[in-house]
Design a protein around this ligand. Structure first.
Ligand code: HEM
Length: 480
């Protein structure tokens, strides 16, 4: 079949050089409603022309998205070059998510996957318990001073930040350093992302981002001041042990890497980028998911009580912890988390994909260099696939009380972690962390709504879609 026989997927009319920005300047808030309208009008695959050179193609159907990312996975595994401020801090695209589909990506991706696989199976229960204890203490303190009312959002974020920096560096950082690092990481993320992360801003609008650059560079300097001393200490210890140390941390695994082409080790700058990517990719997504799931548990009493019943049998007398090794025996817990990720996926879109050659997909021409993305949230809420998709019903992942095939079959219909070669390498760890925190939070406290208040589930659009009005709940410590 010749390429000329096929047209681009349909979409709104565009004016050459200006694309269709007069009709539509994409922002985080406008993108989803606009795509929903286009879906109704043009079908499950549409084209937007953000500028004259690069069509942006959106897929809004789960089956088509899986065909693209899994069956045609190799063709669509490339990333477009980053735009705007993102490019200026990407240090030659030296992170996993920014690397295109090349030997550098393969090396880094293999490294993080191997590290995370070993972590997920031998999760450090001391470290995760320390982060949970900090969260429990902060919640108890807030409840004691505020009529039992808590606003857990920031405490959740900080507890998970602490845990993921532990996985990254293999040590619990001192509280002040942790706070400083959190400020820098958040600051950089806020300045860098906007829509450049989906490669959806017209290139001339990038000029508007220039003033941000100075602020971004000053954050970057501070980030290096905080992280490079940790890198140097680990490098010294690796050298002293002749590189024979086992990889207790992501950082150690990076220090042992050698690039494929030249066999050189990674520079400090590259390592700082990769650690920063690890911490941000893990913290923002997982803490957002945790807050959404807790909000649903506060809202739905029957589900909450059913979950409590299934976790409580695993707490030993006098010891109020559900241990990591018991999590796999609680299928309802997994069902609650999957339902939370379906209904409120932290990322409503993938990171942008692209291709290095022209492809025919579903009868449409997808040209080399096009930006391709999938509407993750819409796919999880598709009413032709999910019964009553806007309801929170963990039971849809359970059949006869077990989590066997049915859970797997249902899970394939959604993609909160993406799918195929670029799918999130952190899925296993994220699931375990969510299971641990949720099981223990519902076991340690009795959660309920604040009297007279509703749980407001409005979304705050962004790279990660969090609760517009952070969860407020009433908690009471369960006595032993
Ligand atoms: C609930 C938690 C999480 C969610 C919902 C999530 C979701 C995603 C999504 C949607 C992508 C983009 C996939 C694509 O572009 O096709 C992604 C990529 C990525 N995630 Fe996650 N993630 C989570 C947790 C984590 C954790 C815990 C880590 C690391 C410890 C992590 C590291 C990464 C990395 C490195 C990439 C880039 C992969 C690549 O380009 O090859 N994520 N994640």
């Amino acid at each position: 079949q010749k390429k000329s026989q096929h047209a681009l997927p349909p979409g709104p009319p565009s004016i050459s050089y200006l694309g269709n920005i007069f009709w539509f300047i994409p922002t985080f808030s406008s993108l989803t409603p606009a795509l929903r309208r286009l879906h109704t009008k043009y079908g499950p695959i549409v084209t937007l022309h953000v500028d004259s050179t690069t069509p942006a193609i959106f897929i809004m159907n789960g089956k088509l998205a899986h065909r693209t990312l899994v069956r045609m996975g190799q063709a669509f595994a490339f990333r477009p070059p980053p735009l705007g401020t993102f490019r200026s801090i990407s240090a030659n695209h030296h992170t996993i998510n920014l690397s295109s589909y090349n030997p550098q990506w393969q090396l880094l991706r293999h490294n993080i996957s191997t590290f995370l696989a070993s972590t997920a199976s031998s999760f450090s229960s001391d470290a995760i318990r320390q982060s949970l204890d900090m969260l429990v203490k902060q919640l108890s303190h807030q409840a004691a001073n505020n009529n039992n009312i808590v606003v857990p959002s920031e405490y959740i974020q900080f507890a998970l930040f602490q845990f993921f920096t532990y996985l990254c560096f293999g040590e619990m950082l001192d509280a002040e350093l942790l706070k400083d690092l959190r400020k820098v990481q958040l600051g950089m993320l806020g300045l860098a992302v906007k829509l450049s992360v989906f490669n959806l801003s017209p290139k001339f609008l990038m000029l508007m981002f220039l003033p941000r650059l100075w602020k971004l560079l000053s954050f970057r300097k501070r980030q290096e001041e905080l992280i490079v001393p940790i890198v140097m200490a680990h490098r010294k210890s690796c050298n002293e042990n002749n590189n024979n140390r086992s990889h207790n941390s992501y950082l150690d695994s990076l220090l042992a890497l050698k690039t494929k082409e030249s066999g050189r080790r990674l520079t400090d700058e590259e390592i700082v980028n990769l650690c920063s990517e690890f911490i941000n990719a893990a913290t923002e997504t997982t803490s957002t998911a945790l807050e959404w799931i807790m909000a649903n548990l506060v809202k739905h009493e029957v589900i909450r009580e059913k979950l409590c019943d299934s976790t409580r049998q695993f707490t030993k007398n006098g010891d109020q912890y559900v241990e990591v090794e018991n999590l796999k025996h609680i299928p309802y817990l997994k069902a609650v988390i999957l339902e939370g990720l379906r209904r409120h996926p932290p990322a409503h879109f993938l990171l942008p994909h692209t291709l290095d050659k022209d492809i025919i997909l579903d009868g449409f021409a997808i040209p080399k260099g096009a930006v391709v993305n999938c509407a993750v949230a819409e796919i999880g809420r598709d009413k032709t696939v999910w019964k009553d998709p806007l309801s929170f019903m963990p039971e849809r992942f359970m059949i006869n009380g077990n989590d066997g095939m049915h859970m797997i079959v249902e899970k394939i219909k959604m993609m909160p972690f993406g799918a195929g070669r670029r799918a999130c390498p952190g899925e296993g760890v994220a699931m375990s962390v969510l299971e641990y925190f949720i099981a223990n939070l519902v076991t340690k406290f009795r959660w309920k709504r604040v009297e007279g208040e509703k749980i407001d589930m409005t979304e705050l659009p962004g790279l990660v879609v969090s609760m517009k009005h952070p969860l407020r709940a009433c908690i009471v410590c369960r006595t032993h």
